[in-house]
Design a protein. Structure first.
Length: 317
């Protein structure tokens, strides 16, 4: 789909590069873990699921000797395995122990917190309503903590179909890559249905998801079109595109500059560029460089400052 970059650049007045963008604290931690494990153990090492949902990050690690698998049964006994940032169900940890695997856990601390909450509320007899995307690895991991009394809700229509006795204790937990806006309607409905509902703690929403969506809402006021750098299987990257479109602007999700189409830029003077939480800065800068063609039309816009860092696992610290 690669287009004539010169054509695009010559017709642009400004490229607004939004911040925050790209790697969040959990992604930085996960990528660092893979780098450190490679240095410590050498290739090949195994990673269950994509370490983060980004094509460039995954391909870079493949070139360094990382083998990505979905089924832990495919990992040879006594090997080294890293569990992805999205979290894993308890069954995976049990299998790893049976196979005598050396395990490094790259689960984002925010996701791990939701795992702990799911277990605690289930133990206390609550029915757990989990708002998230079906088959997303984060939800699979959290719901893997539960054996009964839970329901996955993806949208308001599904929430309306849920019928629980008023005597039932109910708690709502959410996929961390959903923002307050993504879950607001569903939670408001559930709260009307179940007045004693326990809502998700405010810190369960990923700060990076919320911040990037707020940045998009500010960015749409300044540009004619928005490019979101991120992979198609990245939940938070897709939502950035959706937020821009909902605000009335054209928006496209691209892995890199090779997916840019000249037809998008007819009558477009100003472009906004932002990136999902798993997109590397190298991919973002390649897109900006390609669009600007060396012209000084790039303006950095910092909407929110981020400085959150998470500690490494104890076996790597």
């Amino acid at each position: 789909m690669h287009t004539d970059a010169g054509f695009v650049a010559n017709n642009l007045k400004k490229i607004c590069l939004a911040s925050p963008r790209g790697f969040c604290g959990g992604v930085k931690r996960a990528v660092t873990i893979v780098d450190l494990v490679l240095k410590k153990h050498k290739a090949p090492i195994y990673v269950r699921h994509e370490i983060v949902h980004n094509k460039h990050v995954v391909n870079d690690f493949k070139n360094k000797g990382v083998i990505f698998i979905e089924d832990i049964d495919h990992v040879p006994d006594n090997s080294v395995i890293i569990l992805s940032a999205h979290g894993s169900p308890p069954l995976i940890y049990e299998k790893a122990k049976q196979k005598n695997l050396i395990v490094y856990d790259a689960t984002c601390p925010l996701v791990f917190k939701v795992h702990l909450e799911a277990k605690r509320y289930a133990k206390e007899g609550y029915f757990v309503i989990y708002i998230g995307h079906k088959n997303h690895p984060e939800g699979v991991g959290v719901l893997g903590e539960l054996t009964r009394n839970y329901e996955l809700i993806e949208n308001l229509e599904q929430a309306k179909l849920l019928k629980l006795p008023q005597t039932q204790k109910v708690v709502v937990l959410t996929q961390t890559t959903l923002s307050f806006d993504d879950t607001k309607e569903i939670i408001n409905h559930l709260q009307k249905q179940y007045p004693n509902l326990i809502k998700p703690p405010i810190f369960d929403i990923c700060y990076a998801t919320q911040n990037r969506q707020l940045a998009v809402k500010a960015l749409v006021k300044k540009v004619d079109l928005i490019l979101v750098v991120g992979s198609k299987n990245s939940s938070n990257s897709n939502r950035l595109k959706d937020v821009a479109i909902a605000a009335g602007k054209k928006a496209y999700l691209i892995n890199d500059e090779s997916e840019i189409n000249k037809e998008w830029f007819n009558n477009i003077a100003n472009i906004g560029v932002i990136a999902g939480a798993s997109a590397p800065e190298t991919a973002i800068q390649s897109v900006v460089k390609y669009l600007s063609q060396g012209r000084s039309i790039v303006e950095e816009l910092e909407f929110i400052k981020e400085n959150i860092q998470f500690p490494l696992p104890s076996n790597l610290a």
